[in-house]
Every structure is written in structure tokens, then in C-alpha cells.
Design a protein around this ligand. Structure first.
Ligand SMILES: NC(=O)c1ccc[n+]([C@@H]2O[C@H](COP(=O)([O-])OP(=O)(O)OC[C@H]3O[C@@H](n4cnc5c(N)ncnc54)[C@H](OP(=O)(O)O)[C@@H]3O)[C@@H](O)[C@H]2O)c1
Length: 279
């Protein structure tokens, strides 16, 4: 049971990732992302998720430095964009170096291939393995990989297994076959768009459970992630929401609550389908 904002999940590498993280997609570089990350760190988040395509790595790095927290206390994730994956091994290595430069860090805690690029994934993964062995990335993983993408990647010759698969995950999209494929290989799942991109308050069953617990719908769904041992990375630019989304550790969902949430799956995506995207 998640008991504290400092709770972590052990990855298949033996390293630990904080179960609660802070998402930064759409937060603009400069004041907006700096203020949001600063607020998040102040209320106790110790895990920040960015990506080169978010174009805010400079602000994220600055906010972490400004917080005065030791580097070792903040878990930082970034991701390699599709254009760089398509360039092959050297493109991935260069993209990682560029991200580190913008973040002002000598290593990230987690480096992900942002989307599967069929035919290029294995070469890109070799580059991630190199970056992992060089210590530029303390853990490596993938994002938006479906079971068939994992099968194609994890072939003889792969010396390091992905540690994480960051996927769209919320009560309307459970992807049970993908969960099983990750579990089989000891790959941790990380939930993106855990708050259904802000539509969480529109689901009557979630609103009802929230009322019963005296919590908000966002808190119910984020707690449900944690009880499922799915790392979750809600985003917010609103200080009240940033704090609310971290105040998750003074209640428990009952097995009956969890069963209600587990049955809401509609296979509904708010983001692109990993088998059909055009970027
Ligand atoms: N790997 C990938 O391909 C991928 C794709 C998408 C996202 N991600 C990562 O996952 C993170 C989270 O996903 P997301 O940004 O798509 O969406 P999200 O976290 O599901 O939802 C963010 C939206 O929810 C609202 N919100 C936040 N807290 C709330 C609360 N307590 N009550 C009501 N509304 C609330 C926010 O508005 P306010 O700002 O007003 O609070 C914002 O509009 C991203 O930021 C990014 O780091 C990764």
C-alpha cells in the first residue's frame, strides 16, 4: 500500500523510481515550467518527467537547481524524439547529449524512446544500452510500446531489458494484454495522461467514490494507479492541483472501489494510437 510521497518501485535493474512523478508536457519553457516544477518540489514530488519534444528541459533543469535539493534526491526522466530515433544510433546518442546539456545535468535517471519506430527500434535501443553503460542514463526504457513492439525489440542480442514502459493509462484505457506483457518481463508501467487530460471529473463512478472518501476525483484515480503499482505522472500548472495531486497518502481505496474503477475500461485513448501516428 502506498504510504508516502517518497514510496518507490524497484525496477528490474535494482534501482528505484518514485511512484508519484510530475508531468510537464505543454508547460512552457521559462516561467511557467519553472514555477510549476518549483511548486511540485516544494510540496514533495521527487520525480519530474520531461522530453526533448516538450521544449522545456532548460526550465526543468533550472527549477531543480533553484530548489537547492541535492541532485540525488530528484529523479529526472527525459525522452528521445522520433526524428532522432529515425536517424539511428548516432542520432539517439546526440539527442541524449543535447538533452543533458539543456537540463544542465551529467546524467538522467531515466531515458526513454518516446514512440516505437518500427525498423529503427533495435538500433535505437543499442544506443540506449551504450548510454546506460556510460552512465548518461541510470535507467533506460521505452514509451508507447504495445506487446508486439516489445516482442520485436527484445530479441537475442539485447543485453539490457527495458526497465519502464511509459504508456497511456487511466480508467478508460487499461490495456490488460500490455500489462501482462510488461509483467512477464519485469518492465514497470508508468501512466501518462493519468487524469484523462483533465476529463477526470466527468466520470460519475469516480465522482461518487471521491464523495465517499471526501477526496477529489483526481486523488482517487492517482491513488488507484499507486495501488496498482503503476508509476503515475500527473501534470498541472495550477498550484492548488499540484498540491492536491500529491496529497494521496492518508486514505485507501477498498477492493470494491478498485473493482469499480477496473471495470470502467472503454479502450478509449486521449492520445495517439502507437500503431497509427504520423510524427
Ligand atoms: N510518453 C508519452 O508519449 C506521453 C504522452 C503524454 C503525456 N506524457 C507525460 O504524462 C504527463 C501527464 O499527462 P498529460 O499531461 O497528458 O495529462 P494529465 O496529467 O492526465 O492531465 C493534465 C490536465 O489535468 C488537469 N488537472 C491536473 N490536476 C487536476 C486536478 N487535481 N483536478 C482537475 N484537473 C486537474 C490539468 O489542468 P491544470 O493545469 O489547470 O491543473 C491539465 O489540464 C505529461 O505531462 C507528460 O509528462 C507522456
Amino acid at each position: 500500500m502506498p504510504l508516502s510521497i517518497r514510496d518507490t518501485l524497484q525496477l528490474n535493474s535494482g534501482r528505484h523510481i518514485p511512484l508519484l512523478g510530475f508531468g510537464t508536457w505543454k508547460l512552457k519553457d521559462g516561467a511557467q515550467v519553472k514555477e510549476a516544477v518549483a511548486t511540485a518540489l516544494k510540496v514533495g514530488y521527487r520525480h519530474i518527467d520531461t522530453a526533448s519534444i516538450y521544449d522545456n528541459e532548460r526550465g526543468v533543469g533550472q527549477a531543480i537547481r533553484d530548489s537547492g535539493l541535492p541532485r540525488s534526491e530528484v529523479f529526472v526522466t527525459t525522452k528521445i524524439w522520433t526524428d532522432d530515433i529515425r536517424k539511428g544510433r548516432s542520432g539517439v546518442i546526440e539527442a541524449c547529449h543535447d538533452s543533458l546539456e539543456r537540463l544542465g545535468l551529467s546524467q538522467v535517471d531515466l531515458l526513454l524512446l518516446h514512440w516505437p519506430i518500427v525498423g529503427k527500434d533495435r538500433e535505437a535501443w543499442k544506443a540506449l544500452e551504450q548510454l546506460y553503460h556510460e552512465g548518461k542514463a541510470r535507467s533506460i526504457g521505452v514509451s508507447n510500446y504495445l506487446p508486439h513492439h516489445l516482442d520485436a525489440l527484445i530479441q537475442p542480442g539485447v543485453s539490457v531489458l527495458p526497465m519502464v514502459n511509459q504508456i497511456e493509462f487511466h480508467p478508460y484505457l487499461l490495456q490488460p494484454a500490455l500489462a501482462a506483457a510488461c509483467r512477464k518481463r519485469g518492465i514497470a508501467r508508468q501512466a501518462w495522461s493519468p487524469l484523462m487530460q483533465g476529463h477526470i471529473n466527468e466520470v460519475p463512478e469516480i465522482v461518487e467514490i471521491a464523495k465517499q472518501h471526501g477526496k477529489t476525483p483526481a486523488q482517487i484515480v492517482l491513488h488507484w494507479d499507486l495501488q496498482h503499482q503503476v508509476v503515475t505522472i500527473p501534470r498541472s500548472s495550477t498550484p492548488k492541483h499540484i498540491a492536491e495531486n500529491a496529497a494521496l497518502f492518508d486514505f485507501e481505496l477498498s477492493p470494491a472501489d478498485i473493482a469499480v474503477l477496473d471495470q470502467l475500461d472503454r479502450r478509449q485513448r486521449f492520445g495517439p494510437d502507437p500503431d497509427h501516428f504520423d510524427f
